[in-house]
Write a new protein. Structure first.
Length: 304
């Protein structure tokens, strides 16, 4: 095992550290199943119009902000080199303050071990806090990452797509098809399928989300993000699945710029990550207390 040293504090270095730890890597991703339904009586107070999908999807983030808090389940899946990695999370999120608390469970082989303590993640505008990070971080300390400095804007780095960012992405929706009505955990939902443009979504996003989405628009190999979104009769997002694509480099064979023998040429491949978010239990109270500066770890850690 090669041991490297890094220091939390810089966005790019923190991202590399997370990837090595297996929270998410350029070769990892996710999908999820359906979760419990809750909240709402399908009264149609905000009718979902099948004939105006762009309007409905463009307002999804605003409708969630009006709803306030919700329970959330997340999953992220990727397949690379014949290995499929799935990371799951569960917690609560307040769409008004854009803060949340998610407990993330790594698969048994994600970090080269059979058992891992769940990682607690606190989500806030422009920041990701992680506890039980491991790899030398004291048990009582948090790791803080500036999500606006991450190439993916934390759409995949933490193993959880920020729920508000997932909704804000729909502001960039285009080429949308109304698939039809279906039932999700006992709730009638309207299914939309389309493509979200990262640049357009970043421009239309709320000020709190704009920085991270702008970073993602620059960092992903493709601006187009295919999605499937399910909204209830009141226009609240109940489930959304995004398929992100980005380039991954690894050392290749001989070659070099002049074809020099023995020189390594990086091989670039495209990796797809599928991130799924389920929302239910609307109206649940959500309390998120961000760590004090003294509780944030900034020392050197060892990466395996």
């Amino acid at each position: 095992m090669v041991v490297q040293q890094d220091r939390y504090g810089g966005g790019a270095r923190a991202a590399r550290a997370l990837a090595v730890a297996g929270v998410i890597a350029v070769t990892a991703g996710c999908v999820g199943g359906d979760g419990p339904g809750g909240g709402g009586d399908g009264s149609g107070q905000r009718a979902v119009a099948a004939e105006r999908p762009l309007d409905v999807l463009g307002q999804a983030a605003d409708v969630l902000a009006e709803a306030g808090g919700a329970e959330a389940r997340t999953s992220m899946e990727t397949a690379a080199g014949g290995t499929r990695v799935t990371i799951r999370g569960q917690g609560t999120y307040d769409f008004r303050t854009q803060t949340g608390r998610i407990k993330v469970v790594l698969p048994s082989d994600a970090a080269g071990a059979d058992d891992h303590r769940p990682i607690t993640e606190l989500l806030a505008p422009g920041a990701l806090y992680m506890k039980n990070r491991g790899a030398g971080v004291p048990a009582d300390k948090w790791v803080r990452i500036d999500t606006t400095a991450l190439k993916d804007g934390n759409l995949v780095t933490g193993g959880v797509t920020d729920p508000m960012a997932a909704a804000e992405l729909l502001r960039g929706a285009d080429d949308v098809t109304y698939v039809g009505k279906s039932e999700l955990a006992g709730v009638t939902v309207h299914h939309y399928r389309g493509i979200a443009d990262l640049n357009r979504a970043a421009r239309a996003a709320s000020p709190q989300s704009r920085g991270a989405l702008s970073a993602a628009a620059k960092g992903f190999s493709r601006d187009a993000v295919p999605f499937d979104a399910y909204l209830d009769e009141e226009g609240r997002l109940r489930k959304v699945r995004h398929r992100f694509s980005f380039a991954s480099e690894r050392s290749g064979g001989a070659g070099g710029p002049e074809g020099a023998e023995g020189a390594e040429v990086p091989e670039v491949s495209e990796v797809s990550v599928v991130s799924t978010l389920l929302l239910y239990g609307f109206g649940v109270p959500v309390t998120v207390t961000l760590p004090d500066e003294d509780d944030i770890y900034t020392g050197e850690i060892r990466q395996g």
